[in-house]
Design a protein around this ligand. Structure first.
Ligand SMILES: [Zn+2]
Length: 476
């Protein structure tokens, strides 16, 4: 094993066919050690990269939390029981969150996992309604919480702090030691404690070994069951092809080869309906049945849009990973990209505002595009890791203002939204393609500068023309 690394390393490695490309490792060596200890079934699945197959295993850390998800169709009599499990799991989880929230510096530690389980047993004795529910579902909710706390304290890759779960959001509970029986090619049943066999659609192959399963109810009233499973490898052969990707404004994605990928948007009709429902809901009384009906109608629209968005991200990421060995993204803070549309003040009446439905619709679309981008990048990363390709991120600053040929960086280079025209050397290109080429160059240029790299994202580009090595010349 040729591995002695700082927190950032790059490797010139060869694919199975002999073409050369750089493999860049990001993250701490401690994490790599941990991920290399992980099961061989994950490693077996990938396309061989000579002297580099262990490297892709460093990316297993991104593949956690993946699952095969199937739609569940409970019988009418089963649905209230499932809902009750959701309620109990939520109640137990929220109690654990509350206990944790009482902790202050100097107050001693909050109860640990074992103490919490004992407290749950006592609570079940004291409260008959809790004892009526499934103890395994309730215990699993606490274990779920323990895992969430562990993820929160994970120094290398911290997650958010576990927070209260609302009965208005997505509901769910976890089954341990899942039992599944197949009915036929299309249908199977999963065993839920105190509820019996519940039917679900076999839309995808289930993982060979079943451990836990999570049953969820989304806001559009659809039940699903998710079985944790590693990402399976895509059917691909290493090509040595590399690609950089820019997030354009109009078209969602532009690649360095000049390919455009358009993300789904919300249709005019659907947006108008959604905004009308939103206004109606604002007038309705909280907790009323009519308001609940409005909420459901809104949730159905959101679900449709989300489904289309996910579908697009899956298809596009598969295509990117099948066709390329290295995929370079910009590192973007997606949260900042979703902003509320500004209100439009009425010139005749100070303090009043004009209706701005167009802006509201633009706001909806902006949110969809931003989430598409995040989803696409994550899925590409996961599929690449499982299939012997690599996805990396680079610093996005000035990629749209930098000239691909001479490296001159200036605002004036942007002739318009669509055209790039360098004021220094006269190089002209499609603005987003020029930016995508810059992204790719930065991804490739990370390799020679890795030893001195200040952070995981490589050398930061500076505003004056002195750009990082490899970023100034047009790739031959
Ligand atoms: Zn130029």
């Amino acid at each position: 094993m040729p591995l002695t690394c700082s927190s950032y390393q790059a490797y010139d490695t060869r694919t199975a066919r002999g073409s050369s490309f750089f493999v860049i490792m990001v993250g701490s060596p401690r994490k790599w050690a941990a991920s290399m200890r992980m099961g061989t079934s994950l490693r077996k699945s990938r396309t061989p990269i000579r002297s580099g197959s262990f490297i892709t295993s460093a990316y297993i850390m991104y593949t956690r939390g993946m699952a095969v998800r199937c739609r569940v169709y409970p019988a009418p009599a089963q649905e209230p029981l499932l809902l009750e499990h959701c309620g109990h799991a939520r109640f137990v989880w929220n109690l654990a969150v509350e206990q944790q929230s009482w902790w202050r510096p100097g107050r001693g530690s909050a109860p640990g996992p074992a103490v919490r389980q004992r407290q749950l047993a006592e609570a079940r004795k004291a409260e008959p309604w809790l004892a009526d529910g499934s103890s395994s579902v309730q215990q699993q909710a606490l274990r779920d919480f323990d895992r969430a706390m562990a993820a929160f304290f994970d120094k290398d890759n911290p997650a958010g702090k576990p927070s209260y779960r609302s009965k208005h959001g997505t509901q769910g509970f976890v089954i341990r030691d899942t039992n599944v029986r197949r009915l036929n090619r299309r249908w199977a049943q999963v065993h839920v404690p105190k509820c019996g066999w519940v039917r679900f659609r076999l839309s995808r192959d289930l993982p060979e070994k079943l451990g836990m399963a999570r049953v969820t109810l989304d806001r559009a009233d659809r039940w699903h069951v998710a079985f944790p499973a590693p990402q399976s490898a895509l059917d691909r052969r290493p090509t040595g092809a590399v690609v950089g990707i820019d997030r354009g404004v109009r078209t969602a994605l532009v690649t360095s080869d000049g390919q455009h990928y358009r993300a789904p948007r919300i249709s005019d009709r659907r947006a108008a309906r959604y905004l009308a429902l939103q206004r109606r809901m604002a007038r309705q009384q909280k907790g009323s049945r009519k308001r609940e009906k409005t909420r459901r109608a809104m949730a159905r629209i959101t679900a449709k849009v989300t489904d289309r968005r996910k579908d697009w991200a899956e298809k596009t990421s598969t295509r990117l990973v099948t066709d390329h060995d290295l995929i370079v993204f910009e590192k973007l803070n997606t949260k900042n990209m979703v902003r509320k549309p500004k209100p439009k003040p009425d010139p005749d009446q100070p303090g009043a505002h004009l209706p701005n439905r167009a802006r509201a619709k633009a706001g909806l679309n902006r949110g969809i595009l931003a989430s598409c981008w995040g989803l696409l990048a994550t899925r590409t990363e996961q599929k690449a890791a499982a299939s012997g390709a690599l996805a990396v991120y680079v610093d996005p600053r000035f990629t749209s203002q930098q000239c691909r040929r001479c490296g001159h960086t200036a605002k004036e280079n942007r002739e318009s939204q669509a055209i790039f025209l360098c004021v220094e050397c006269g190089h002209a290109d499609h603005a987003d393609v020029n930016a995508a080429k810059n992204v790719l160059a930065r991804g490739l240029a990370m390799a020679p500068v890795s030893a001195q790299a200040p952070g995981p994202w490589g050398v930061r580009p500076r505003k004056p023309a002195k750009a990082a090595a490899g970023t100034t010349q047009e790739a031959a």
